[in-house]
Write a protein that binds this ligand. Structure first.
Ligand code: WTA
Length: 641
């Protein structure tokens, strides 16, 4: 397979961009023609951003797993689809060929069918980073079930919320997961999440760590048993077959929960056709993937980056994708580079937070590794600081690998703004130019469009692209108010952005109440809700502050009532509470006990002041005259951590 729509020069980029804006339907229709469809679409695009309604390739029938697997079998059936690197480097690597992936996905599809899963049913997946997770995801897609992967760092309560919101009747999990020197009891967490639950019909349990687990009669089944049975059903005379469900391009493919500025996480819904084309197109163009290359995305499949650039983008392109079970610092801080060396990785895609953390361990872990296979480096998830960019460029890329700084979001499905590796100009710490089909716009607080270069504003997108979210599960109104109501007629990203004198975009970070901690999105409202669940917490306010490794750290101001003999113990109790409610990823870094919070007379917390204090600023706190009780500010300043 060669990629007819791979852009290979800056001129071609400009040409593709122009065409994509002048005639989006023709542009994306021609690309969509390169995929496997059961039936052609009625119309390429139908949309308005008022409802909002976005439909790409509606009426077209396809199955994404045929595009990710079956269509590659004739030419590259024995090529590796997945290279799995276990947590423990002593354990055997597993190479999953496209033929093997096909068989396993068919088996899962059969297993799910046997257990009663039907088209449109929601299946929650809570597993470690093992090949079976990929089989589970694609097995759902094969029968048209909607998967919702939940990251392993979420608590039982978070799982229960998601299972409820998605009205999921099926769960796929593992006994446990290995991460570094930890053994995480996934099934135990699922059991806690399901206490009192009456809607989940089946829990499928894959054995990874051989941790003892409870198995409830009639509900819990072993993956291994079910898969063995399924195998005898799908294989006849050595030929594997399980018909792929014929889905509409606009049928949902998955739900992925993500934090926002208000309340509980929302289920971002992506549909099949547009998401497939977007992840494929951006994968091939941003990374400039060449057939045969090895692609290593270090994200977890529990996040959108793993969905798009470990699973769907690479596999739809017939690529070899590395799946790593462990963590970058175990057994030592050289693990990523060891993997690059061992598997001759050509493209490495990771988060700035990982780069900063590995930088801190020094070059000893890099210098004995052979990194000469690397051709392209990438970053995602948060703004990259120039120091980390240069470290990555010099020590990992040896100054010969372009770095793509890919800006995107769970809601966008795949990259919207990025340079194309070695094809369009790169600029440290700048995402640079929009992908074909992406029409960015900067607006001020009042929604006035900011034209020209050398300006900054809030980043909106004015026209649909195939990979964008379609709704938030079960609550379309929430989708409208969150993304399409702030600036009517536009998709609002929640990010602030600069456009430099050459028209390059630089994302500066969230302008709403969402934190980005180690590249993970956490809403301050969700965090405050969790903190306020602690019996002694009367009120709390969360702000972010600059953190050397995490990008942003979580700073909590807490009004506490009740006896605490020992402040540090109380802090630990609060951290435990947050960990229970959301998960270990949401633990506050600093907790300051205060007597009051700075509020306006209408009762609104003035976060601007709290943010400044958390950042270490004590002088220029701005106008405090509108505060109900200006005295609290001094008290907070004096107690700052
Ligand atoms: C931030 C991750 C600067 C941004 C794919 C966005 C970035 C949020 C970049 C989405 C980047 C992501 N430069 N900031 N290259 N990439 N972000 O949904 O604030 O987990 O809104 O998706 O991460 O996070 P999410």
């Amino acid at each position: 397979m060669s990629y007819s729509y791979q852009i290979t020069s800056f001129e071609q980029y400009k040409e593709a961009y122009r065409k994509s804006i002048e005639n989006p339907e023709q542009f994306w229709g021609e690309i969509a023609d390169q995929f496997t469809w059961h039936q052609k679409w009625d119309k390429v695009l139908d949309w308005n951003f008022t409802e909002p309604k976005v439909e790409w390739f509606k009426g077209g029938k396809l199955n994404i797993t045929e595009n990710c697997i079956d269509r590659h079998l004739a030419t590259r059936g024995e090529d590796p689809a997945i290279i799995w690197e276990p947590n423990n480097p002593e354990e055997r690597t597993r190479i999953v060929t496209y033929n093997r992936l096909h068989k396993r996905v068919c088996q899962v599809a059969q297993m799910l069918t046997n257990l009663g899963v039907k088209k449109g049913d929601r299946v929650c997946i809570y597993m470690g980073m093992i090949p079976e997770l990929t089989y589970a995801v694609l097995g759902c897609a094969r029968i048209g079930a909607i998967h919702s992967v939940i990251f392993g760092g979420f608590s039982a309560q978070s799982i229960a919320d998601r299972v409820y919101d998605a009205q999921a009747e099926y769960i796929i999990t593992c006994d446990g997961a290995y991460r570094g020197n930890k053994d995480i009891p996934l099934k135990g967490v699922i059991d806690d999440a399901l206490i009192g639950n009456r809607t989940v019909k089946k829990v499928i349990v894959y054995t990874r760590t051989r941790t003892p687990v409870s198995m409830i009669k009639g509900r819990d089944v072993w993956w291994e048993d079910e898969m063995e049975h399924a195998e005898t059903q799908i294989e006849k005379d050595g030929v594997v077959h399980f018909p792929a469900a014929s889905m509409d391009a606009e049928d949902p493919l998955f739900i992925l929960y993500t934090s926002g500025s208000t309340g509980k996480p929302k289920g971002v819904v992506h549909t099949i056709g547009g998401y497939m084309i977007w992840t494929n197109y951006t994968f091939i163009n941003v990374f400039q993937y060449q057939p045969g290359q090895v692609h290593f995305c270090t994200a977890d499949i529990g996040w959108i980056t793993g969905h798009s650039y470990i699973v769907y983008g690479p596999l739809s392109a017939g690529a070899t994708t590395v799946l790593f079970e462990g963590v970058p610092t175990w057994p030592d801080a050289g693990r990523f580079w060891e993997i690059v060396d061992k598997h001759k990785v050509n493209i490495m895609y990771t988060a700035p937070t990982a780069i900063r953390s590995l930088m801190g361990f020094g070059l000893n872990y890099v210098k004995d590794k052979n990194l000469s296979s690397l051709k392209v480096l990438g970053t995602v998830g948060e703004p990259i600081n120039e120091e980390a960019w240069h470290w990555y460029h010099q020590n990992i890329g040896k100054e010969k690998c372009p770095i793509v700084d890919t800006w995107w979001q769970t809601e966008t499905g795949g990259t919207l703004i990025s340079n194309l590796a070695g094809v369009t100009p790169q600029k440290p710490a700048h995402a640079t130019l929009p992908m074909p089909g992406v029409q960015p716009q900067l607006v001020d607080e009042n929604g006035n469009v900011i034209e020209g270069n050398g300006v900054s504003g809030n980043l909106c997108i004015t026209h649909p692209w195939p990979g964008m979210l379609r709704t938030t599960y079960g609550d379309h109104e929430r989708c409208r108010t969150t993304y399409f109501a702030t600036y009517p007629g536009k998709y609002f990203t929640g990010d602030g952005c600069l456009r430099d004198n050459d028209g390059n975009y630089r994302i500066t970070g969230r302008v709403d109440d969402v934190l980005n901690v180690s590249g993970h999105r956490i809403g301050t409202a969700e965090l405050e809700n969790a903190l306020n669940m602690h019996s002694g917490v009367v009120e709390s306010a969360i702000v972010g502050y600059p953190h050397d490794l995490k990008g942003q750290g979580i700073y909590a101001y807490v009004i506490y009532e009740g006896h605490h003999h020992d402040e540090n113990l109380t802090r630990q109790d609060i951290i435990q509470t947050v960990s229970r409610i959301i998960g270990p990823i949401a633990k506050p870094d600093k907790i300051q006990f205060v007597k009051g919070l700075p509020k306006t007379r209408s009762g609104k917390i003035m976060r601007r002041i709290l943010r400044k204090i958390a950042e270490g600023e004590t002088e220029n706190l701005g106008d405090t005259s509108t505060l109900l009780d200006p005295g609290v500010v001094d008290e907070i300043k004096n107690g700052a951590l």
